[in-house]
Design a protein around this ligand. Structure first.
Ligand SMILES: C[S@@+](CC[C@H](N)C(=O)[O-])C[C@H]1O[C@@H](n2cnc3c(N)ncnc32)[C@H](O)[C@@H]1O
Ligand code: SF4
Length: 456
């Protein structure tokens, strides 16, 4: 059984960012149209290939735990209007690229992207293929809710070029499923996995959550055993983000039904124990993959990247977010679109674009982003690589931080050598805390007060 020394959870279990970006989104500020255009124009000088993220917000019902940016509706007509806006946004963006760059990755997330009709997917992919050329091994990924796919939908998506898939599972226990308003049989999950496999989808992922109502060590053990038998290529095991003050629908969950902190940790440790025993590798925060999977290989080669979609083997790209709430990362700029469907569609109708928040990174931000990304993706940081990248000594640049790291070393979370440091197996559980040492905004007097989820 995976264990950690006593006292560490009490010491390090605090609220902290998940570092899908640095600086984190709450630090960004409102931007006007002129700023958005100026930042987009930097695409013309960039030689990096593109990665596109499409946010499809629709869901027919709300799962009570859900923390995603969704738009709950059963009115299918809404997707046609939304897709028209998405296509308009893509066409506007194409004006900002130079022709010699290719698309390396497309990712459809949500909400539930499979809400879209076949012809709507065709329209989006058709627009993309006529505006951009794709790399020969382009990854086209989609998040799928096995409860609501249409017959033959996966086959249709495969024909259209989709080749990676992530299935929302969460937990197989019936009592848990009732409490979260998500009834999903093991059979339907397995059926989708089999169909996806037979169609040649790779990097097939399951999402699970620990910390859900009525989960016990015993019930979660059973869910994990069933999952291991099915053997998806990848697993995301998320810590339940319970923020009922911000997300009203989460109030439908009885707080007394939630596992306490000790149990939650036991659930995480059980997942680490069972999955690593079954041959999965612990990729990083919340993620596991079979050793032959591209994600595990990228971690070993230290080419793994992390962005708003989570961990990805596709690095060195300009990320363009299309749709409501979608985030773009273009070189040293972050931009985020309007977060609600109506303002998003209004902005796109009027201007073709919809970014309303963002940030231009300073040199200090760029260096800290480099460091945080390496810690959270590789669990390893080379001082000489930092010096080669920025022409400045790591220890001169981060004197205070290096002092703070010594406490982590004393607690067995890090091993510091003359030219690098490595995060230990126990340290992986607390990797967000290690990154927080380098986050200059957390301690700023005028930093916005943000309630992040707990680090463990
Ligand atoms: C966009 S959904 C996946 C696709 C599809 N809508 C579905 O539910 O099957 C993304 C994933 O985020 C995770 N998630 C959603 N809300 C969460 C929360 N409050 N805490 C932790 N993970 C959450 C779930 O594991 C979910 O599968
Ligand atoms: S978990 Fe997926 S299906 Fe459930 S509400 Fe959230 S986005 Fe929709």
């Amino acid at each position: 059984m995976f264990r950690i020394p006593p006292g560490l959870v009490e010491k390090y279990g605090i609220s902290g960012p998940r570092y899908t970006s640095y600086p984190t989104a709450p630090i960004w500020h409102d931007i006007d149209r002129a700023t958005q255009l100026e930042w987009l124009a930097s695409l013309k000088e960039s030689q990096r290939p593109f990665s596109f993220y499409f946010h499809i917000p629709f869901c027919r019902n709300r799962c009570y735990y859900c923390g995603c940016n969704t738009h709950v509706t059963r009115n299918q007509a809404q997707s046609a209007t939304y897709v028209e806006h998405i296509i308009k946004e893509i066409r506007q963006i194409t004006k900002y690229h130079s022709n010699n760059k290719e698309v390396r990755q497309l990712h459809f997330g949500g909400g539930t992207p499979t809400f879209l009709l076949d012809e709507e997917f065709e329209a989006i992919l058709g627009t993309m293929r006529s505006a951009f050329s794709f790399e020969t091994d382009v990854e086209i990924a989609i998040e799928v809710d096995p409860r609501t796919t249409r017959p033959n939908q996966l086959a249709f998506l495969s024909e259209l070029g989709f080749n990676r898939i992530s299935l929302g599972v969460q937990d197989f226990n019936h009592e848990v499923q009732v409490a979260i308003n998500r009834i999903q049989s093991e059979e339907i999950t397995y059926e989708h996995l089999q169909v996806a496999r037979s169609l040649g989808f790779r990097g097939i992922n399951f999402d699970l959550i620990y910390g859900l109502p009525f989960q016990t060590l015993n019930s979660f053990e059973k869910t994990l055993s069933s999952v291991i038998q099915m053997r998806p290529d990848r697993l995301a095991i998320y810590n339940f983000g319970y923020l009922p003050n911000r997300m009203i629908h989460q109030r439908k969950i009885d707080p007394d039904s939630l596992p306490d902190r000790q149990t939650r940790l036991a659930l995480l440790f059980e997942a680490i124990h069972q999955l690593t025993d079954a041959g999965y590798e612990y990729i990083g925060m919340d993620h596991f993959a079979l050793p032959e999977d591209e994600l595990a290989i990228a971690m070993k080669n230290r080419t793994l990247n992390r962005n708003f979609m989570g961990y990805t083997p596709k690095a060195d790209v300009d990320l363009l977010g299309i749709g409501m709430t979608a985030i773009s990362e273009i070189g040293d700029y972050f931009l985020q679109n309007e977060k609600q469907i109506k303002p998003y569609q209004k902005q796109v109708s009027e201007t073709g674009l919809a970014a309303c928040r963002g940030m231009a990174l300073s040199q200090d931000d760029i260096m800290r982003k480099w460091v945080i990304r390496r810690i959270i993706c590789h669990f390893y940081l080379s001082f000489s690589e930092f010096e080669a990248a920025f022409n400045i000594s790591f220890s001169d640049c981060f004197q205070t931080e290096v002092e703070q790291l010594k406490t982590f070393q004393e607690d067995g979370l890090l091993a510091i050598a003359s030219d690098h440091f490595t995060v230990s197996e126990t340290g992986k559980i607390f990797v967000r805390n290690i990154c927080m040492v380098f986050d200059t905004y957390l301690n700023k007097q005028d930093a916005p007060t943000v309630r992040y989820s707990n680090t463990v």
